[in-house]
Design a binder for this molecule. Structure first.
Ligand code: SF4
Length: 291
């Protein structure tokens, strides 16, 4: 459990590592010297198992019903939060249900619908260009290969992997800012280039885990292992992470840094996720899902 949670039972599934345990593990790693490939792989897989236990409800945080909706939502999510995109897409898809409707929509109307996401003119242009290409070249159906997806306007490898992994069931690693940062903190890669990070991490895990792993790292990056101040003192993989100490190690100080459903006071929301409720259901019940 996360020590000091107001309702401890709500986070009972989250592994708690004491500062002493984390420091002892770090000392053992220092004594062992350079990590072999085999030890790194074993440590990586242990981290994944702990993250899977911590976030059993981890899925793509963008709401979607099909590949088309996920593709548009992912393109819109550049430079903004998934939560903002989820607030905009129901109206957008109600007005323009598929690529044909969006391709034919007046540009000003589309811009107005996505205005709250920032860069709204270019985002509107991107999704309409995307719609036009999918109508013209793929008979209005989103293609299901990485080569075809990255040939679409505004679609890079990250977006293609999100769509393949979550809408087509094709394993894919999504290297966004959280994934890249955590892969480096875990010592899985030293690379900054997302394509190289993807290759390094892919070598550590069977492909069947790639999509799930992507969600788990992104969840962990948003809730615990933040960019500026990671909550090391309440991190469930503190004893497996060579970057332990990058943020506060005191559990009480670290607890204040937790985000989303792990944040103190959000026990009902966490219990809802653990009970298998979807984000849409939880929102309908009045929960706010922001950080
Ligand atoms: S840097 Fe800290 S919060 Fe991030 S994974 Fe390592 S121990 Fe956990």
């Amino acid at each position: 459990m996360i020590e000091g949670m107001d309702t401890p039972a709500a986070a009972a599934h989250v592994r708690f590592v004491t500062p002493r345990q984390a420091e002892q593990a770090a000392a053992r790693r220092r004594r062992a010297g350079t990590e072999t490939d085999l030890s790194r792989t074993r440590r990586a897989r242990r981290i994944q198992r702990v993250l899977a236990q911590t976030y059993p409800y981890a899925v793509a945080e963008l709401d979607f019903d099909d590949a088309w909706q996920l593709l548009v939502a992912t393109v819109l999510s550049a430079q903004t939060t998934d939560i903002r995109v989820n607030a905009v897409t129901p109206g957008l898809f109600a007005a323009y249900p598929g690529p044909r409707e969006l391709a034919e929509a007046p540009a000003e109307d589309v811009q107005e619908m996505v205005r709250s996401l920032g860069f709204y003119r270019s985002k509107a242009r991107s999704i309409q260009a995307l719609a036009t290409r999918i109508v013209d070249e793929y008979d209005a159906a989103v293609p299901g290969t990485v080569e075809d997806l990255v040939s679409l306007p505004g679609v890079g490898r990250k977006t293609a992997n999100v769509v393949l992994g979550n809408a087509f069931g094709v394993p894919g690693i999504t290297v966004d800012t959280h994934f890249g940062r955590l892969a480096r903190r875990f010592g899985w890669t030293e690379n900054e280039d997302p394509v190289k990070v993807e290759k390094d991490v892919a070598a550590l895990f069977p492909s069947a885990l790639w999509t799930e792993l992507s969600h788990e790292l992104i969840y962990h990056g948003r809730r615990i292992c933040h960019s500026r101040k990671p909550a090391c003192g309440v991190c469930p993989v503190a004893d497996l992470c060579p970057s332990y100490g990058a943020g506060p190690t005191d559990p009480e100080a670290a607890r204040k840094l937790l985000g989303y459903e792990l944040k103190p006071g959000r026990e009902d929301l966490l219990a809802g996720f653990m009970a298998g409720r979807t984000r849409r259901q939880l929102r309908a019940e009045g929960h706010t899902l922001s950080a």
